[in-house]
Design a protein. Structure first.
Lengths: 306, 240
């Protein structure tokens, strides 16, 4: 099922949580939702999962609209809320059976589904325990199991790897990737490397507005700046530095070591050619010329701090 | 209906897996048993097989028991965030409230059913008006339903169970006591009529005397529907 978010707005009192945002997620796509705290990620997810009503705009999931067919949508959505609320006084199996029943899973399939979820989320050794007794990581797995138990078409995961250890994070990431092939998944996370490794597309939201949208490589390319690490031998560091600063298209330069520099320029300018000509005339030689790819962290910082 | 049953099952499972419900029952039977059989004004001192004083005791005991029972129903779900979990599942707000209501009523009904030996004992000791007893129990179920709906309303309105307890106790006392007192103070006129009609004990009295009046039944149904509708309103309000 595709998700189509159209001009969605939501305010809490005078504060606008999300401001007229629109985006689409296609079936089989994993969308990473990024943004600083209070950017509006959780609010958007709560609206998509039909918990909150938007002030304006609409969300269409498949042929259903959250305004008209909320009940239908809830049957097709698996949602893991941010703080992962669970019934602490129930044991893991009872809780999953309760959720399976609520989702109208036929009685004869419930046991098989619960066992599948226990295996898939690595809960087999904890199944008899009360949820209260579980560690944060295992509680998170129970949250994930309840979101996936009815094999939903759309999965919304609000910070699914919170509290998990590095091994568990890799396991859950692989799980999300494997289920993401035939489902539509939106996940939010603060771990940018994880989003980059898991998601097909990244959407960065800040102060309720979308500030970046695309695959992580597209986001890097959309960045207009180009960074080059360069080492020029054959001359004194200061002399080379002075000569480089005279280049026409140079935006910024920094000395990083002996005869080493970090150069910032615009992607549209071919500064490499100018540097080559400079070296040729000065009888210097280029020992190193490495284009530096901007990391997702840098792009995140750049778009959210403006 | 299936969803309501699932919620009732879950609520009862949770309730009977906790010690608090058994403590509540124990307290209920200690108070009822002491006042009815052991205190100075026990049932034998009346000299007749009459369940009326006993119904008054049950009425007051269930009054406190119900507010303690219902205070957590929605407020706890809000506090723990499980309301978000439930409302993002295919559960309608009506079904959630109905599930909570029927499960609480079931818990109270068990307490009432367990008082039936009192009635059997009294029927064995003297000639008892069976019709009045049946209607008395019916009245107790109606009153309990009203207080449960008030409790669920307070729980959906308040942010914490303790606040919910005091709100429902306050509203409950208005229906149980205050409206009756106000009706007496006004003695006549429209206000007196209004407060007499609003007083829950006025309607219960006629039932426990063995008089079944449709006005009483309509009153009880109106109170239940009003407070359950208000509960729905407040639960939905948190989603806007």
């Amino acid at each position: 099922m595709d998700i189509v978010v159209e001009n969605l707005s939501k305010s809490f009192g005078p504060q606008k949580a999300i401001d007229n945002i629109s985006f689409q997620v296609k079936k089989g796509e994993i969308l990473g939702f990024l943004g600083p705290n209070g950017a509006g990620k959780t609010t958007t997810m709560k609206i998509i999962s039909c918990f909150l009503f938007p002030d304006a705009g609409n969300v269409q999931i498949g042929k259903y609209s959250i305004r008209k067919n909320a009940y239908k949508i809830k049957q097709h959505i698996g949602y893991l809320p941010e703080h992962n609320p669970l019934y602490d006084d129930m044991n893991v199996i009872d809780f999953l059976v309760f959720i399976a029943k609520v989702h109208n899973i036929p009685h004869y399939k419930i046991t098989a589904r619960v066992l599948d979820m226990l295996r898939m989320c690595g809960l087999e050794n904890e199944k008899q325990k009360n949820i209260r007794e579980l560690s944060k990581g295992y509680k998170q797995r129970v949250g994930l199991a309840q979101a996936l138990i009815h094999d939903p078409d759309v999965v919304i995961l609000d910070e699914p790897t919170t509290g998990l250890d590095p091994n568990q994070i890799v396991e859950i990431r692989e799980l999300i990737k494997s289920i993401g092939k035939e489902k539509t998944i939106i996940l939010s996370s603060h771990i940018l490397a994880q989003v980059e490794a898991t998601c097909d597309r990244v959407l960065i939201i800040n102060k309720g507005k979308i500030v970046a949208d695309g695959t992580s490589s597209e986001l890097r390319k959309s960045n207009t700046d180009k960074l080059l690490k360069i080492a020029i031998k054959g001359g004194d560091t200061n002399t080379v530095y002075e000569a480089l600063t005279m280049l026409e298209n140079l935006e910024d330069i920094e000395i990083t070591g002996e005869n080493s520099f970090l150069i910032q320029t615009s992607r549209k300018h071919n500064i490499e050619k100018d540097i080559f000509h400079l070296c040729e005339t000065q009888q210097w030689y280029i020992k190193e010329l490495i284009p530096i790819e901007k990391r997702l962290e840098d792009i995140f910082q750049q778009v959210t701090q403006n | 209906m299936k969803t309501i049953k699932i919620i009732i099952g879950k609520e009862l499972n949770t309730a009977f897996n906790s010690w608090s419900i058994y403590t509540g029952y124990l307290l209920f039977f200690c108070i009822c048993g002491f006042i009815c059989w052991l205190s100075v004004s026990n049932i034998f001192s009346l000299g007749q097989a009459n369940m009326m004083p006993f119904f008054t005791v049950i009425n007051w005991t269930t009054f406190f028991l119900i507010h303690a029972l219902t205070m957590k129903s929605v407020a706890d779900e809000k506090k723990n965030g499980t309301l978000e979990l439930l409302l993002t599942k295919p559960i309608r707000t009506n079904q959630l409230i109905a599930g909570k209501f029927w499960s609480q009523l079931f818990i109270v009904l068990i307490a009432l059913v367990l008082t039936l030996p009192y009635y059997f004992t009294m029927a064995f000791l003297g000639h008892i008006d069976h019709g009045a007893v049946i209607l008395g129990y019916f009245g107790l179920v109606c009153i309990s339903s009203c207080y449960i709906s008030i409790g669920i309303f307070a729980s959906s309105f308040a942010k914490t169970p303790v606040t919910a307890f005091f709100i429902s106790l306050g509203i409950g006392l208005c229906f149980q006591l205050l409206f009756g007192i106000l009706a007496q103070q006004f003695s006549s006129g429209l206000a007196a009529g209004l407060f007499t009609y609003l007083s829950i004990s006025e309607h219960f009295d006629s039932l426990s005397r063995g008089i079944l009046d449709s006005r009483d039944v309509i009153y009880f149904i109106s109170v239940i529907v009003l407070f359950l509708s208000l509960s729905k309103l407040f639960i939905c309000k948190t989603r806007f």
